[in-house]
Design a protein around this ligand. Structure first.
Ligand SMILES: [Zn+2]
Length: 290
């Protein structure tokens, strides 16, 4: 996503943002990517999402044994995004268990492109994520927001002068205005899946008819819950915003009623005026009779 002044803010490609390795290894060896944990809920096959809209310009199927050259990436996907400052901008996702896009395919930001795994030169399931500007691998963390944790404190994050992409508050609020989500309508199965997932993340959940209300929760947990709902193709909205939306037909009806009431009052007033006139006439007639 391009934000004000042309800055690129990439979407985290996984639900949870825990780094097991940064741009350099803990020994200072260049890595040219970030590695992300994918083993938080008992499966190593987590959905991987496109960090920004673009066109898939490389997919690779691992031969099942090579750990050298491009095969070291294992099953992989690369996406070319809109150019940045006149240079090509690409992201690569490696060691996947499988990918679900084709070379040349256009993808949206946040679109599912594959699942994490342990293919290629990899000694345990994780996502290897690269950001490539003008053909050179850059520190991915400089293109993402600062919402992440590191698996241990020796993980390299930013170099001198580097930092996360800063987003203006209003832009964050455009998507969500509260820390509570309304998810659904949910089937019994989806309800169970979402409730268990919320439980694992420590988020409170309650039923509201066909919907689940999750939260209040941290931004990180909320994003993970929203991603999970998206994965299950469930509706997911900010709770306050959806409450407002639910309320708006009622408010419309009320203002209609108010208009109707005003008409009735006007009619009443004119009847009262006529009554007064009639009484005056009657009184006049009565006086004349006397
Ligand atoms: Zn890596």
């Amino acid at each position: 996503m391009r934000i004000e002044n042309g800055t690129v803010l990439l979407l985290w490609p996984l639900e949870l943002h825990t780094l097991t390795q940064g741009m350099y290894s803990s020994k200072g060896v260049w890595h040219g990517a970030i590695d992300m944990r994918c083993t938080w809920d008992g499966t190593t096959e987590q959905p991987v999402y496109a960090a920004e809209a673009g066109t898939v310009n490389w997919v690779q199927t691992w031969d099942g044994k090579s750990t050298a050259g491009n095969q070291s990436y294992g099953n992989g996907v690369k996406i070319r995004h809109a150019d940045y400052n006149g240079q090509t901008l690409e992201t690569r996702y490696a060691h996947l268990s499988s990918y679900v896009v084709k070379n040349g395919q256009a993808v949206e930001e946040g679109q599912l492109i594959g699942y994490t795994g342990n293919t290629g030169k990899s000694s345990g399931a994780h996502l290897h994520f690269e950001v490539i500007l003008g053909g050179v691998r850059r520190n991915p963390l400089v293109w993402l927001d600062g919402d992440f944790t590191t698996a241990w404190n020796t993980v390299y994050t930013y170099g001198p002068g580097e930092g996360p992409v800063e987003q203006k508050k209003e832009e964050t609020n455009m998507t969500f205005t509260s820390d509570t989500l309304k998810i659904g309508p949910v089937s019994t199965g989806d309800r169970k899946t979402m409730t268990e997932y919320a439980g694992r993340l420590g988020a409170a959940v309650r039923d509201e008819g066909d919907y689940l209300v999750a939260g209040p929760m941290s931004e990180k947990v909320r994003d993970a819950m929203a991603a999970k709902a998206r994965k299950l193709s469930l509706g997911c909205a900010d709770y306050m915003a959806s409450a407002q939306a639910d309320l708006s037909p009622v408010m419309d009806k009320l203002s209609e009623l108010e208009e109707g009431m005003a008409e009735v009052l006007t009619a009443q007033r004119s009847m009262a005026d006529q009554m007064v006139q009639l009484l005056d006439k009657l009184a006049a007639a009565g006086n004349a009779l006397e």
